[in-house]
Design a binder for this molecule. Structure first.
Ligand SMILES: [Zn+2]
Length: 67
C-alpha cells in the first residue's frame, strides 16, 4: 500500500492505526490539510468559478441581446 501523503510504500502486515496513511504523522498532515480553510476554499472555489463562468457563457449565448 502507498501513503497518499508521502508516497511511501508500506505493508498492511504491520499494525497501523493510521491507515490509509503510513504513519500517524502523515495522518495528521492530511487532517490539517482538510482543516485548513484556505486550502479547501481555494480548491472548491476554482472549480465553482469555472462552472459559473461556463454557465454564464451558456446563458448569454442563449439570449442574444435583449433589445
Ligand atoms: Zn506517509
Amino acid at each position: 500500500m502507498r501513503c497518499p501523503i508521502c508516497d511511501k510504500q508500506f505493508s498492511l502486515d504491520d499494525e497501523n492505526a493510521a491507515l490509509p496513511f503510513c504513519s500517524v504523522r502523515c495522518k495528521s498532515i492530511d487532517a490539517k490539510r482538510w482543516l485548513n480553510e484556505e486550502y479547501a476554499f481555494e480548491t472548491v472555489n476554482l472549480d465553482r468559478l469555472e462552472e459559473e463562468i461556463a454557465g454564464l457563457d451558456a446563458e448569454t449565448s442563449e439570449e442574444p441581446g435583449e433589445n
